[in-house]
Ligand binder design. Sequence first.
Ligand SMILES: [Fe+2]
Length: 419
Amino acid sequence: MQETIERLDRHLLLDWYRRNRARSAELFELIAPEEFYGRPIPLRHPFAFYEGHIPAFSFLTLNERGLNERPIDERLERLFERGIDPGSVDDAKRHERDDWPSRDEIATFARECDARVERALAHARIEDPSVPRLVRAQAAYTILEHEQMHHETLTYIVHRLDQAKKRRVAQTFEDRAVPARAMRTVPAGIATLGADPGDLAFGWDNEFGRHEVSVAAFDIAAYPVTNGDWLAFVEAGGDVPPFWIRHDGEWRLRGVFEELPLPRSWPVYVSHAQAEAYAAWAGMRLPTEAEYHRAAFGSVAGERPHPWGDEPPNRHHGNFGFRRFDPEPVDEHPGGASAWGVYDLIGNGWEWTATPFAPFPGFEPMASYPQYSADFFDGKHYVMKGASPVTAVEMIRRSFRNWFYRDYPYMYAKFRCIA
Ligand SMILES: [Fe+2]
């Protein structure tokens, strides 16, 4: 029996790794070759870094640190080990360098990392209860979800490239009337935040410490704030969202691959600071993480794994999983509404909460990536929940938490208000 489970897991993990690598390759192919060392977002490394970082991280985490294998190239492993999240453009200057390896050198190194990682996933003892990094195959899952997070990072960096510098992926776009503003009442109750290790095949360290929070009743917007809603705020002197462009007196949206007439019925993507400013202007506020949980997962009969219930996430529930790159109207997925009739809680953009990113009770840094969360418990990052169009389906789980600086403007993050 043990053997059967073991073989099945390997097959799944190896297949997942290959799918991830194929998606990374597709994303890199969107970038014009002369932009390989380009850095459309000054707060992030150039594309070249990510081409090396993703496989290097996988190799370091699984093979070298998990399985004690010998290095491939210590210089490149050090160079590509970690990304950056500086607090300012000035701060980012410390990380600038002009000696990135050639594209060929990076590709050769990446191929070697891939070969070693695939061999380990296929044959090595990747699950070992006596090695902290290998408990329940932690290192293997870490590298798989890590790469998927980078698919999202890469997409929003590609988003910032001029249209002439990237290949376009064809998509259809739909806009319609903005749904009438509606509030839903969520009664007082318990929100269960976090998970216990036994609840999940894998979770990041910040997800652990399952605990209950008692939440008072509140009224929450049935839909996230749309571009159409935000127009009134701009007219009242509010900030212009980072994805909007003014062209010949008209507002337009910067989509991933093209500029569009502003789609009024799509969620507006803004920074946490902008979301808070809007909520204050509207006489409301952002939900806390616990309130988001109540709105999303609560029901009269108790809490559920997803807003729509028990069913595994699929295309009827929301805009996630790389089905498309850009948003959809906020009322596109009635099948994904929560028990209280709150739409679009998972997908179509992460959702900002009012909660600073902090550890749950009993937090312990994870063995396979101890800096993953701990480096960001600084009171300056805020929790986001849900998913964006380019968030992997594997990361859609109740306990998953994302976080960013309050003024980071590039994320696919939407919000809604609470009265
Ligand atoms: Fe990374």
